[in-house]
Design a protein around this ligand. Structure first.
Ligand code: SF4
Ligand code: SF4
Length: 149
């Protein structure tokens, strides 16, 4: 069974431990802007005060289809950027419905920390779970993001 990060925004408190854990694991320092998932803080008087999103290989293939040089590929259900082929045009960053494609010299996204997701280990609320993909949870996040816009 393929496992993926599944967001449970109803559990999230907006603490951003997940973002911190992600960049400490990858870069050795805290840098929220470069985290491969994103916490959307929406205030305290709403049902979902914050939302975590991740590259969930969303099934829509937005980035895969829009990349003009076909540098974004899929393997075992995961989306990844071929660093040799990426031209850093930014198209994938624009089209990602979860806002989690990142750009430095080249585009990059969640790599599941090689199969042992650090954010899952550090989330104190079980707001991110590594399990069988749950389309209804991804839809929930997309709706919350649409309200935010
Ligand atoms: S699985 Fe790893 S790379 Fe992906 S968002 Fe979580 S900490 Fe970041
Ligand atoms: S660590 Fe968990 S509770 Fe905290 S912001 Fe991330 S998903 Fe939400």
């Amino acid at each position: 069974m393929v496992k993926m990060l599944v967001p449970y925004p109803e559990n999230c408190t907006g603490c951003r431990f997940c973002e911190m854990a992600c960049t400490i694991y990858h870069d050795g320092k805290i840098n929220h802007a470069d985290a491969r998932l994103q916490v959307h803080r929406r205030g305290v008087k709403v049902d979902f005060p914050s939302v975590c999103t991740h590259c969930v290989s969303c099934g829509e293939d937005c980035c895969v289809l829009h990349c003009p040089v076909e540098a974004i590929k899929k393997k075992d259900g995961m989306v990844y950027v071929d660093q040799e082929e990426c031209t850093a045009c930014g198209e994938c960053v624009e089209v990602c419905p979860f806002g989690v494609m990142r750009m430095e010299e080249k585009a990059f996204n969640c790599d599941l920390c090689g199969g042992s997701p650090t954010c899952v280990k550090f989330c104190p609320m079980k707001a991110i779970v590594y399990e069988e993909p749950k389309p209804e949870q991804y839809e929930k996040v997309k709706k919350l993001l649409a309200v935010e816009e």
